[in-house]
Design a protein around this ligand. Sequence first.
Ligand code: HEM
Length: 151
Amino acid sequence: MKLRFLTVSLLSALLASSFVFAQEKKGPKEDQTPLGEQMEKIGGAYRKLGRQINDATKNADSLALVATIKTAAAAALKFEPAKKADIPAADQAKFVADFQAKLKDFAATVDKLEAALKANDNATAAKLVDEMKTERSDGHKAFEKKKDKKG
Ligand code: HEM
């Protein structure tokens, strides 16, 4: 009887922990910021764009992805990076202004990409997608809080 009780307890503990694990993997990220949420939208559209940018038959779909990126980038401008809190108070205003300026540069690249796709100029479009990648790396280096080991 005792052994049965032990087995049942063990099994339910195992079930509960795997449920928690599944939730962690699938559920919305607890620590996601409003800016991070917009970035995720940019990320999803950007990944797909990268895969099809050389395919002119997909330009209508690529333009829809560009529209998603434009909307998310405009929304991102309303938020401030979490890293601001780690910056000395005296430098925070400049930090936020720099972030906004770089995000506007990024939006300008996205506008150029839109024009290239509308002109069916996929060679230029592919270069602009590369440029966006550089802007992403630079933007993250300068403005993204370093992830701690857990997150
Ligand atoms: C192709 C372009 C870009 C992609 C695909 C991208 C994608 C992402 C992703 C996936 C995250 C993580 C979101 C999360 O933790 O939930 C992120 C975070 C972040 N990105 Fe970007 N990003 C891009 C461009 C940029 C640019 C141009 C800037 C700045 C000018 C920028 C600034 C940031 C910041 C500051 C965070 C941290 C969020 C926070 O502080 O709340 N990103 N980005």
